[in-house]
Design a protein around this ligand. Structure first.
Ligand SMILES: [Zn+2]
Length: 82
């Protein structure tokens, strides 16, 4: 199978690195919170077809080795003012 090909794909929207969620056969863009389905090994890289995923689901699917800009931002303490 062309696993390497999938690893090279980037998000069509932000051109960011995609996370390969092998368990659910999809590619996830954490930045846009979109999941692109992989059907028969072929990723469907269409924004129309992508699923929106919420933050909770994002956290569940994020492996420890997937770091990006968003992760480092969210690690910082948010100032508490309203
Ligand atoms: Zn993206």
């Amino acid at each position: 199978m062309n696993h390497n090909l999938i690893d090279l794909l980037v998000c069509p929207l932000c051109k960011g690195q995609l996370q390969h969620d092998k368990a659910n056969q999809r590619l996830i863009c954490r930045f846009d919170r979109l999941a692109f389905a992989v059907r028969d090994g072929v990723p469907i890289m269409l924004i129309d077809q992508a699923e929106t995923i919420d933050l909770d689901e994002l956290k569940k699917t994020s492996p420890a080795n997937f770091d990006n800009v968003e992760a480092s931002n969210s690690d910082q303490n948010q100032p508490l003012h309203e």
